[in-house]
Write a protein that binds this ligand. Structure first.
Ligand SMILES: [Zn+2]
Length: 516
């Protein structure tokens, strides 16, 4: 410990005076996101130096250098306001136009939504979540599921500025993973979260290969397997693998130990976690081990840079130290958590983001129009502008959405269609939306119609007609008459779900609003 601090000091003073300097240089390169005097970090370095030294009695051959890491709260954040996989399931239930949750699933979604902010989840929420998640994603191919996860990961993290879910890793802990791998440790993730979520999430961000990622598991099956047992069905070239609703294991507590034994087959020598779900894995690592071993617990005590709780964390510190674990304080030990450009905002949009689909009381037949209606509803409830929402769809997926913000932005060009086009182009990093279709609650005005054409959108589906727009006081018809109507556009402009959109207009009419 002391040597590390001393070595750093020597570097700061640019006085390389003793033999340890070369090692220290590599540490300053590796552990830039840590405070160099962090006790847990120094304990780890001391440990690794000892067990990798062939002359040490504590030497561990590389084949037995197994390190296991929990994921949520250990490698990445989990307090904005809850676990990544809970967020994903809420997105699936409330915001995925390709999925229609049944009443029971919606009810679970509401529990997930309403109890996340104050962490007042009901008992056994982990298992309840796992069962519902298994059901909600059943029937998706592994590729479809990975694509769904990737799409959600690209969204901005609630409660922060400057960070997407994909980038919500604890930078100091990534350094630990890299450091261990450089010292010939084999690093496994052993997470309570869905294995396939973990794989997609970790890929490209942390250098841990797919096969070293263990998590909650559901049974898979071949596309054409039907009710047949895997033993009675031969996989063919026409098959792919899909998720079923059968939960195999929720990988927490002792289940983590069982999975480590099943999948790794070796007792770890290092274990990293942050909660009661990890103590079993820790105890399995540090008790009755023929090698020198160690376990580390992060405590979420940073209230300034993250949503930690100093008081609760202090209680956990005492508990973990009494159990023989090293404690990592995010507040004191991490120089940065997510990176210097990431700022905690202190406000969540969680409840707003997952407002009940049924809140509008409107059901469209077309799922994309349903999303456009919900987008419009968000706009009118916040008095951003008229009842116009739009989504841009490519290959069956919504790639951009927006609503009328004329009043909110004092921008007469910020119609729903324009907002959605801007969002889609930003998301895809292109100005060309060839291959896309746009759904809008009201037939586009001339400006938006030509904006769709400038963007090369293939076709526009609208709900209410230009005449309907006039009924709630908008001037589209007057502009349209300048252009001698739009008969020649019958193939380009297609009316769907007019009744549902008329209901939306009805809601708007009942609200107090400003016309423009
Ligand atoms: Zn318009």
């Amino acid at each position: 410990m002391k040597r590390f601090a001393a070595v750093l000091m020597s570097l700061v003073m640019a006085c390389v005076l003793f033999a340890g300097a070369a090692t220290a240089e590599s540490f300053t390169g590796i552990f830039e996101e840590w405070n160099p005097d962090a006790p847990a970090l120094n304990a780890l370095i001391e440990y690794v130096e000892d067990v990798t030294d062939e002359d040490s009695p504590d030497y561990i051959p590389p084949v037995d250098r197994i390190a296991t890491f929990d994921m949520d709260g250990t490698l990445c954040g989990e307090l904005y306001p809850t676990y990544l996989e809970y967020y994903l399931l809420a997105r699936r239930i409330f915001a995925d136009p390709t999925y229609e949750p049944d009443e029971e699933m919606l009810e679970f979604g509401r529990i997930l939504r309403d109890h996340a902010l104050d962490k007042s989840f009901p008992d056994h929420m982990d298992l309840l979540h796992a069962e519902h998640a298994a059901k909600a994603y059943a029937g998706m191919t592994l590729a479809e599921f990975a694509e769904f996860v990737t799409q959600q990961l690209a969204r901005d993290v609630d409660g922060f500025e400057g960070m997407t879910y994909a980038g919500s890793f604890y930078l100091p802990m990534i350094e630990v993973v890299d450091y261990l791998e450089e010292n010939d440790f084999k690093v496994y993730v052993c997470s309570g979260s869905d294995r396939f979520i973990c794989r997609t999430f970790i890929e490209g961000m942390v250098d841990i290969p797919y096969e070293q990622i263990i998590g909650m598991d559901v049974a898979l099956e071949a596309t054409n397997q039907g009710d047949a047992d895997g033993l009675d069905y031969a996989y063919t070239g026409a098959d792919t693998l899909i998720r079923t609703d059968k939960l195999l294991i929720k990988n927490l507590k002792t289940n983590k130990v069982l999975q480590i034994a099943q999948e790794i087959g070796r007792q770890p020598v290092l274990s990293f976690g942050n909660s009661g779900g990890d103590t079993s894995m820790h105890n399995f690592t540090i008790c009755d081990n023929r090698y020198k071993s160690a376990a580390f617990m992060l405590i979420a005590d940073d209230e300034e840079r993250d949503y930690g709780n100093t008081e609760k964390a202090q209680g956990l510190r005492e508990k973990w130290e009494a159990a023989g674990y090293h404690v990592i304080s995010m507040k004191d030990d991490f120089r940065t958590i997510y990176g210097d450009d990431v700022k905690k905002t202190g406000t969540f949009h969680w409840l707003e983001e997952f407002a009940d689909r049924e809140e509008t009381g409107i059901t469209a037949d077309n799922p994309y129009m349903q999303s456009a209606i919900e987008e419009a509803y968000e706009g009118i409830t916040h008095q951003h502008g008229g009842p116009f929402g739009a989504v841009v769809v490519k290959d069956g997926k919504i790639i951009g959405q927006g609503h009328n913000q004329v009043l909110a932005d004092n921008d007469p060009t910020c119609h729903g269609e324009v907002s959605a086009i801007r969002d889609a182009c930003a998301n895809l990093e292109t100005y060309d939306l060839t291959g896309c279709e746009l759904y809008t609650t009201g037939e586009p005005c001339p400006m938006c119609l030509f904006a769709c054409m400038w963007a090369n959108i293939d076709r526009v589906y609208y709900g209410c007609t230009i005449e309907d727009n006039a009924l709630i006081g908008f001037r589209d018809e007057a502009f349209d008459n300048l252009l001698n109507g739009r008969e020649q556009l019958a193939d380009y402009l297609v009316c769907v779900d007019r009744d549902a959109c008329l209901e939306l207009f009805g809601l708007y009419k009942e609200m107090s609003h400003t016309l423009y």
